[in-house]
Design a binder for this molecule. Structure first.
Ligand code: SF4
Length: 280
């Protein structure tokens, strides 16, 4: 098939993910085995690549059973209980928490220590959100959608934070909604610029092509956000989580095709997708 394909130069791992994977690979090269608490990145193919090198993904239940081992904390960060458990069980934590997340955890903790009522705009059960709620002894209210506001008796004054990878316009809409309900909002835009700046760059990128193929893991939060941005700016946007999901019928002769992805999408995966399209 005669098509022109370009990979977005701004897509791919953010510095937080690069740092965590580099740390894991350095240890795996030396030792051939490393525990990691949760998927190191929300991308099944990248996780499989690292598993093959000796990375063993564990959950919190398994962590409780381990003693005298080394465990990697991924970029999403962890709540204080994890650090306490590690101390109790003589577990050495290799802490690859992203500095942006650590700074946000600190801000949430300081707000909690000042007795402020905290709302976190984020996804229920997401590792980063658990790490943030953990700074408040579980007291922060997590809001994922407007409808959920009705489920809580909200105070007259709140401090609003966001999970780093949520969508800018939704966060600002939540702030407006709270204010319309008469709540005084101490607003903190804690979105990660690695994601929100890509939002702007992606709009331009998506408009330049006949078709867009967005590559990301199904569990990636920012993957969903950035895919929506592409789709809004180019309705001919397709989502794939591996090269095997490419469908020939999506494309026509002589079209231009842009490939882009999330902050958890490895460059090699976008290259595989490009090669798969070029060999259709
Ligand atoms: S998206 Fe931002 S906050 Fe999350 S790991 Fe990457 S750099 Fe850190």
């Amino acid at each position: 098939m005669n098509v022109k394909v370009e990979i977005d130069a701004n897509s791919g791992f953010c510095f937080g993910v690069v740092f965590a994977i580099q740390m894991a690979e350095d240890i795996l090269t030396e030792e051939g085995h490393l525990y990691c608490l949760g998927d190191i990145v929300h991308n099944d193919e990248e996780v499989a690549r690292l598993r093959a090198k000796g990375l063993e993904i564990i959950d919190h239940d398994k962590l409780k059973t381990l003693h005298n081992v080394r465990v990697l904390i991924r970029a999403h960060g962890e709540p204080p209980e994890t650090y306490k458990l590690a101390l109790d069980n003589h577990i050495e934590l290799v802490d690859a928490s992203c500095p942006v997340v650590l700074k946000l955890q600190l801000r949430v903790r300081e707000a909690y220590n000042s007795d402020e009522k905290i709302i976190i705009y984020g996804k229920h059960g997401h590792a980063e959100v658990k790490g943030l709620v953990g700074q408040t002894r579980g007291e922060a209210i997590v809001v994922e959608s407007f409808e959920e506001l009705d489920q809580h008796e909200l105070p007259l004054k709140v401090k609003l934070f966001s999970q780093t990878t949520k969508r800018t316009k939704n966060l600002y809409a939540l702030k407006d909604k709270l204010e319309k309900e008469g709540i005084e909002v101490d607003f903190n835009d804690t979105l990660c610029r690695q994601v929100s700046n890509r939002d702007i760059q992606l709009r331009e990128f998506a408009r330049r092509f006949d078709k867009i193929v967005f590559v990301a893991g199904l569990k990636s939060s920012n993957g969903k956000v950035l895919f929506d941005v592409c789709k809004e700016n180019n309705p001919n946007t397709f989502f794939v989580s591996s090269k095997n999901e490419i469908i020939k019928e999506w494309f026509n002769e002589n079209e231009t095709i842009g490939i882009c992805g999330a902050t958890s999408t490895p460059q090699w995966q976008m290259e595989e997708v490009r090669n798969a399209i070029l060999s259709l």
